[in-house]
Design a binder for this molecule. Structure first.
Ligand code: F6P
Length: 359
């Protein structure tokens, strides 16, 4: 192995730079050159490649985001030169293969969530030597216990809940925190338990407004005149639909969720008579410096991906299973989301300490 390339695709998250750094540093010690591909698969189509040496990754470990840039729109198999424009999509996968060949790249390390890894898997079936590295704050990638970025996002949400507690208590209000996670409730459940929420609403358990109102009223009867509600952006009422902020045409995932907090706010205030406020945490969850746990996982994933490439283990994804980083076939992780199972241990713990899960 003389030269490999790395790209970051999909929404950014804390820890991406830590992976890039681990890839470059461990490769350098083995005499392998690393090429960075800018802005995910867009750069692979357009030939936007830059050399990455140890100097270029110096100091990036604590920085959020990605020095390579990213995009959650561009799919080389149905590509638009001007994203979001009216122009028809075209298959530009051939350009990716030509660019990789032109730069004499022997392995492509793809850091991404479900969408980006699905593209990587498609290239793998076309014969490209690919290793996947799962990332996302949502923690919804199958076949890995954890994705990096998740722990930092959860910690941020938990800090927000700590802050909401003091103002909720002072004003005797119901405070709602809307968190990200797409169709998975991992961020909501983990931050909600860690942040002492009274009600946690996750997409996996459609909520019943009567149950929420009952839980808040029961607290008032016990003298607790405030309540904290965490709502995953993908939470939905029983028999109802998710709340959509907008549809973004031309994206692999066109639905942008958002607005559940505001929706619940009006309903809870009307039904309980308690003053209610809603806060949307939004992209603050994705920004900032990675926490220790994410830096460690990113570093382990980066090193393992380079090792896999050297051993020629392509079409695989690095994954955390138990306490070990291992490899799983890329197609075991794609096109499926890891959701919270009914027998999830933390879900059981949440219920056991009296948290209302909306049902
Ligand atoms: O997948 C990561 C994520 O942050 C989701 O939690 C959220 O629904 C989505 O990306 C937001 O996407 P965008 O960056 O397009 O606003």
């Amino acid at each position: 192995m003389k030269r490999l390339a790395v790209l970051t695709g999909g929404g950014d998250c804390p820890g991406l730079n830590a992976v890039i750094r681990a890839i470059v540093k461990s490769s350098a010690l083995k005499g392998i050159e690393v090429v960075g591909i800018c802005d995910g698969f867009r750069g692979a189509v357009e030939g936007d490649f830059i050399p990455l040496d140890v100097k270029s990754v110096s100091g990036i470990l604590p920085h959020g985001g990605t020095i390579l840039g990213t995009t959650n729109r561009d799919n080389p198999f149905s590509y638009q030169s001007k994203p979001g424009s009216q122009e028809p999509t075209e298959d530009r996968s051939g350009d990716v293969l030509r660019n990789i060949c032109k730069h004499q790249i022997e392995a492509l390390l793809v850091i991404g969530g479900d969408g980006t890894l699905s593209i990587a898997s498609k290239f793998s079936t076309l014969g490209l030597s690919v290793v996947g590295i799962p990332k996302t704050i949502d923690n919804d990638v199958m076949a890995t216990d954890l994705t990096f970025g998740f722990q930092s996002a959860v910690n941020y949400a938990q800090e927000a809940l700590d802050r909401l507690h003091t103002t909720a208590e002072s004003h005797h209000r119901v405070m709602i925190l809307e968190v990200m996670g797409r169709n998975a409730g991992w961020i909501a459940l983990h931050s909600g338990v860690a942040g002492g929420a009274d009600v946690i609403l996750i997409p996996e358990i459609p909520y019943d407004m009567d149950a929420i109102v009952l839980a808040i009223r029961a607290r008032v009867e016990k003298g607790k005149r405030f309540s904290i509600v965490v709502a995953a952006e993908g939470a939905k009422p029983k028999g109802g639909e998710v709340t959509i902020e907008k549809i973004i045409k031309g994206r692999p995932e066109p639905i942008k969720l958002g607005g559940i907090g505001a929706r619940l706010c009006g309903e809870i205030e009307a039904l309980t008579g308690l003053e209610t406020r809603s806060t949307v945490l939004g992209h603050l969850q994705r920004g900032g410096s990675p926490l220790t746990g994410d830096r460690l996982l990113s570093t382990r994933f980066g090193v393992s991906a380079v090792e896999a490439a050297i051993r020629g283990q392509f079409g695989q994804m690095v994954a955390l299973q138990g306490n070990r980083v291992t490899l799983v076939p890329l197609d075991e992780s794609i096109n499926r989301q890891k959701l919270i199972a009914p027998d999830d241990e933390l879900l059981f713990a949440a219920r056991s300490i009296g948290i209302c899960m909306g049902d």
